[in-house]
Design a protein around this ligand. Sequence first.
Ligand code: FES
Ligand code: FES
Length: 181
Amino acid sequence: MRVSVNVNGVEHTSDVEGRQLLVHFLRNTVGLTGTHWGCDTSQCGTCVAWLDEEPVKTCTVLTAMADGHRVRTVEGLADGGTLDPVQEGFRAEHGLQCGFCTPGMMMTARHLLNHNPDPDEATIREAISGQICRCTGYENIVRAVRHAAGHPSQPSGSAAADPAADGDSTVVGEPSQEVPA
Ligand code: FES
Ligand code: FES
């Protein structure tokens, strides 16, 4: 089937199999490998990107479901050479070690901050609770998000500046993520 998906502001039209997952479309068809593929069973959250301004686990979304929609990936966070404050936060607070979980963490963190500019630690932990990090113990990830909250200046045109964003920070595409454990 033929699909057309706007990824980070660029339209991508392609023939795909009906069973193709969005994570594979992003990585293999579009060539944006920042969205990682980990468990493929909706457990790890490393595949989180935005579908029409909502974080989704892209291993739970068919490419066909994204036809005619907008997707934003971690590659769309920075504005040219200017990093998003979330990216700056992860850098400043050493919010990553191997980095495998990091793109998904950043996309969830940006969504959270767009809707709650000053989240406390418990709120941050709840927001990222659908995502697994095997390296950091989450401490530095929480600090990274707090850092971004404290340094909110946004480059124009970044995901963070999206005026259409509203709602909560729930990762959709998986019922169990509606109330993160
Ligand atoms: S690849 Fe693990 S939740 Fe999607
Ligand atoms: S930094 Fe390695 S899994 Fe999170």
